[in-house]
Design a protein around this ligand. Structure first.
Ligand SMILES: Cc1cc2nc3c(=O)[nH]c(=O)nc-3n(C[C@H](O)[C@H](O)[C@H](O)COP(=O)(O)O)c2cc1C
Ligand code: SF4
Ligand code: SF4
Length: 429
């Protein structure tokens, strides 16, 4: 069995599975039960003031029969007094000295406020700090959370203030509600961040009740924008992790967060550059014990791949994440339909007719049976038919050798603009 332990920016953890700062990490009772279930670490529900909240505060998007495809909240940071949280963190760390406890912090952008909370929290023995510059609602209206996180200079300054007094590693948690995540990530690093974590929730409105005309959720008939998370946000989170992982100026360990609910998701985030991961929505939906399946699945996967340690996965796919301009425009795939697996539902034909290149023909084979066939010379290899096909292995996307040498847009542009001198526009194709 592979070694699942990680060293995250100097923070040791028995495995990469951490609970994200959220309702499941609100109390010592919960975090201790989570550790017993197998979670390697927990980022405590964000500490700070004031101690207030709303009722109601959650909503979900159910889609195509799947409950909680996306989750939305207008919750604030902890609504429990700081002393109570500190006492429970202390007790939990004493009971589980080898598990990881990170304190998530949020205060006003004032140097002395950061110094004060960092000293109080580190005094009770946490393994690290996570600065919450991501919460998009409630706290943001008062200049904290995402309001800070959307101002790169403020992220840098606050991180530097924390680093002035911190003795444990400092993780900066980023908001996705920004145009280019790497800008803020770089500023966090300039401020001295030992690591970054991403993503926090995405600005959202979960829905509107078409009968009462109230937003979902509503607080006494009024709604406000909330934060979106859960399986629906995974592609956004993964791309932001990838952008940070390949950015040389970021260059610190990443804790990947956003829509993780299976061991496969964990593997994907680690391949894309995360040293560890954090989970919130999947635990709110299914409970702490989902970690058992994640650990089992990850163990089997690592054994199957012949990897001795989970750390061998970190960043393996980062070199495969590039820019559009560097993609080989001469690479070509085409769709091929396997008659034996096709159930003749015609979905591929309709998709190709209405939304692609009209190159799936409806024919009759020698036995008089209706079949579908792709005219490969007209197929652009867009993948659409294979995406809509409901039958397993009925459509394969096949790479063709078209004899053309690899040529990316950037290479082509360089040739056309004469940088390489030797080629003409005609040669560029
Ligand atoms: C109800 C709720 C409360 C949350 N509270 C916090 C918080 O106090 N501090 C924080 O940094 N993130 C908070 N988050 C964000 C999560 O930590 C996490 O970044 C986000 O939910 C994405 O992960 P997921 O898709 O696994 O849920 C909260 C999320 C939810 C759903
Ligand atoms: S890959 Fe695209 S173009 Fe080719 S058959 Fe399928 S839908 Fe049509
Ligand atoms: S969508 Fe798939 S199963 Fe349906 S007709 Fe096309 S190949 Fe066959």
């Amino acid at each position: 069995m592979a070694d699942l332990s990680i060293d995250f920016a100097g923070i040791k953890s028995p495995n990469p599975f951490w609970l994200a700062s959220a309702p499941p990490t609100n109390t010592g009772y919960q975090v201790q039960r989570a550790f017993e279930a197998g979670w390697g670490g927990a980022v405590w529900k964000t500490l700070g003031e004031p101690v207030i909240n709303t009722s109601a505060r959650f909503a979900a998007v159910h889609f195509g029969g799947q409950r909680v495809a996306g989750f939305n909240n207008i919750e604030l940071i902890t609504d429990r007094p700081l002393e109570v949280n500190l006492k429970e963190i202390y007790e939990t760390k004493r009971r589980f000295p080898h598990h990881t406890i990170i304190a998530s912090l949020m205060v006003e952008p004032k140097r002395e406020k950061w110094h004060e909370i960092v000293k109080r929290v580190e005094a009770i023995g946490v393994d690290g700090l996570e600065l919450n510059f991501g919460c998009p609602h409630g706290m943001a209206e008062r200049g904290m959370g995402a309001a800070s996180g959307q101002q790169p200079d403020l992220v840098q300054a606050q991180t530097a203030w924390v680093k002035e007094v911190a003795t444990t590693p400092v993780i900066v948690k980023l908001t996705p509600n920004i145009t280019d995540i790497t800008v803020v990530a770089r500023h966090a690093v300039k401020g001295g961040a030992d690591a970054i974590s991403l993503i926090n929730t995405i600005n959202s409105l979960a829905g509107v009740d078409i009968h009462s005309w109230n937003t979902i959720p509503n607080v006494g008939g009024q709604g406000a924008h909330g934060g979106y998370c859960g399986p629906a946000v995974k592609p956004i989170a993964l791309s932001m992790v990838a952008e940070c992982a390949r950015d040389r100026e970021v260059g610190v360990p990443i804790s990947g967060i956003g829509g993780i609910s299976t061991w496969q998701d964990v593997v994907e985030f680690m391949l894309m550059g995360s040293t560890g991961i954090q989970v919130c929505t999947a635990v709110m939906h299914h409970g702490f014990r989902i970690v058992e399946e994640m650990i089992d699945g990850l163990n089997h996967y690592l054994d199957e791949k012949g990897l001795a340690s989970v750390t061998e996965l970190i960043g393996k796919s980062v070199p495969k994440y590039s820019n559009w301009g560097d993609l080989d425009l001469n690479y070509q795939v085409v769709a091929r339909i396997n008659e034996e697996n096709c159930i003749n539902c015609n979905k591929c034909h309709i998709a190709c007719e209405d939304a692609s290149h009209q190159c799936i023909d409806m024919l009759t084979n020698a036995e008089g049976k209706a079949i579908l066939q792709v005219r490969e010379e007209d197929c652009v290899g867009c993948n659409l038919c294979s995406i809509v096909c409901p039958a397993d292995r009925a459509i394969d996307m096949i790479a063709l050798d078209n004899g053309a040498a690899p040529m990316s847009w950037n290479q082509r542009s360089r040739i056309i603009s004469g940088v390489n001198g030797a080629y003409s526009e005609a040669e560029a194709g």
